[in-house]
Design a protein around this ligand. Structure first.
Ligand code: 5AD
Ligand code: SF4
Length: 481
């Protein structure tokens, strides 16, 4: 332990599940280093933001937060920016928010303990860099290198960076993950992304694709089962690209589907989920594994992004509508009904009314249980930044509205058919105001329910619930006693 045991930190997380889980690992690391987590900015010595840069709006949030709390610098508080905005903007953050002392992308989290030591040391004249590569490739390093000194009044602030980028082939593995939910937990199986879809900033912010060994993933799953976890969610920007680096004498080399099945067979584990999948690498073996292993949840999130081949090509997704639908057909042929969800971008450069209509017809054809839809947002360094973002924001908003209302109609019909059926749910908690228990099905649907007072279920337990009412996004039912 290197830190002052009385040091406190506050951490706010923006963005995806990968970020949420990274934060759990960062919290575990800080606690191991002697820090204590606190609930408010005011109580903290160190204020950290784990940031998202997937769309411009997400990126702006962190700068608003930093501006809001700048005044706390005078009280000796320190500020750090972690995650995707840190990696993307790099040292430019020190110019835009001079009260920040630490800028660290996710590929550098394994160096956090040393960074914390530097952060507490008296500020040196020189900035301290924990970047693995001494000079990063300018083409892949959006941050640039120049450091401007703080423009705020003395004393000078520490300037610490961890901006390892695509050259890193190490994963952030730690035994100190501070999981927040005692029943359900994430395990990262693959970090980074090599797909370079035209709109996406992730390959630049999260580095190159690198998988953990299946043995280490399984060891973590067994450890979680021993601690009482029953649900595991395997995480990666693109879990289907998983490539087990093990093999030979060091252990069995597993495909993603084999790893999925092996995690599902860990004694004590009742549910296994995985996200996110890329259609290009999604094979029928995944559906076979879901068929063969009952603990693998019957839900697949398979982002399509667009229903038009022309747009898919411009997005560099490297599959066609037909190929995507082939994958959907594999899932529809499964023994259990697999719930399918997706992501869609509207207003990608060059998307015509006809292209958009093809996306709408794809929604009808697939019958998703949920769609996360977004207006195209041009991102730094991405190939589509070169394309003219000519669709006005108003038109993007209109398409988004149309898409959402079409999907809502689809969901109303889909959810209705569960009325009268019985599903096993994991009890997530209680909504006192409504007098209901909160439950989640294997298909990842919310199924809230009522239960007699003398049969109140325990959070984390699994119970049978009969659905009695449907909504566009959830079901309501009653405990089967
Ligand atoms: N603009 C809008 N949406 C985006 N996504 C990724 N990049 C962008 C962007 N530049 C969406 C995709 C992805 C989801 C996580 O975010 O739909 O699947
Ligand atoms: Fe946002 Fe993507 Fe980074 Fe997740 S990986 S925080 S979605 S930019």
């Amino acid at each position: 332990m290197s830190g002052d045991p009385h040091k406190t930190f506050y951490l706010e997380t923006f963005g995806c599940q990968m970020n949420v889980h990274d934060s759990e690992k960062v919290i575990g690391t800080l606690v191991h280093e002697g820090y204590r987590q606190v609930e408010t900015v005011e109580q903290a010595d160190l204020i950290l933001y784990n940031t998202c840069s997937i769309r411009d709006k997400a990126e702006q949030k962190v700068f608003h937060r930093l501006a809001d709390y700048k005044k706390l610098l005078a009280q000796g508080k320190k500020f750090g920016v972690l995650g995707c905005v840190a990696q993307q903007e790099g040292e430019k953050i020190f110019e835009r928010a001079p009260h920040v002392s630490l800028v660290c992308g996710s590929a550098s989290y394994r160096n956090l303990p040393q960074m914390l030591v530097q952060l507490e040391a008296p500020p040196s004249a020189q900035p301290v860099s924990f970047d693995e590569a001494s000079s990063r490739s300018p083409a892949l390093s959006p941050a640039g290198r120049g450091i401007s000194r703080s423009t705020t009044a003395a004393p000078p602030l520490a300037r610490i960076t961890g901006l390892d980028d695509r050259e890193t082939d190490k994963c952030f593995e730690t035994e100190f993950t501070a999981r927040t939910n005692p029943h359900r937990g994430y395990i990262t199986i693959i970090e980074g992304c090599d797909k370079f879809c035209a709109y996406c900033v992730v390959p630049f912010t999260r580095g190159k694709e690198r998988s953990r060994t299946s043995e280490s993933v399984l060891a973590e799953a067994r450890q979680m089962a021993d601690l009482g976890y029953t649900e595991i969610q395997l995480l990666g920007q693109n879990v289907n690209s998983y490539k087990d680096p093990a093999g030979g004498l060091s252990g069995k080399k597993r495909s993603f589907a084999e790893l999925l099945a092996a995690v599902g067979e860990v004694p004590g584990i009742r549910r296994v989920r995985f996200t996110t999948s890329h259609p290009r690498d999604f094979g029928p073996d995944i559906v076979d594994a879901i068929d063969a292993v009952p603990s693998l949840c019957d839900h697949v999130h398979l982002p399509v992004q667009s229903g038009s081949d022309r747009v898919l090509h411009a997005m560099q997704r490297l599959y066609t509508r037909e190929q995507y639908l082939e994958r959907i057909a594999w899932m529809k042929a499964a023994k259990r009904e697999i719930s399918i969800t997706s992501d869609v971008i509207v207003g990608f450069p060059g998307e015509t009314e006809e292209d958009f209509a093809l996306t709408l017809s794809l929604l009808d054809e697939v019958g998703y249980d949920a769609v996360f839809s977004f207006k195209y947002s041009p991102r730094p360094n991405t190939p589509s930044l070169e394309l003219d973002d000519a669709i006005p924001d108003q038109e993007k908003s209109r398409r988004l509205e149309v898409l959402m209302s079409r999907q809502r109609e689809i969901q109303i019909k889909r959810y209705k058919k569960y009325i009268g059926t019985i599903s096993e749910v994991m009890v997530e908690g209680r909504n006192e105001a409504r007098g209901q228990w909160i439950g989640r099905t294997s298909q990842n649907k919310t199924l809230n329910f009522t239960a007699p007072d003398d049969a109140a279920p325990k959070p984390g337990s699994y119970v049978a619930v009969r659905a009695t009412t449907s909504f566009p996004n959830s079901l309501l039912g009653e405990l089967v006693v």
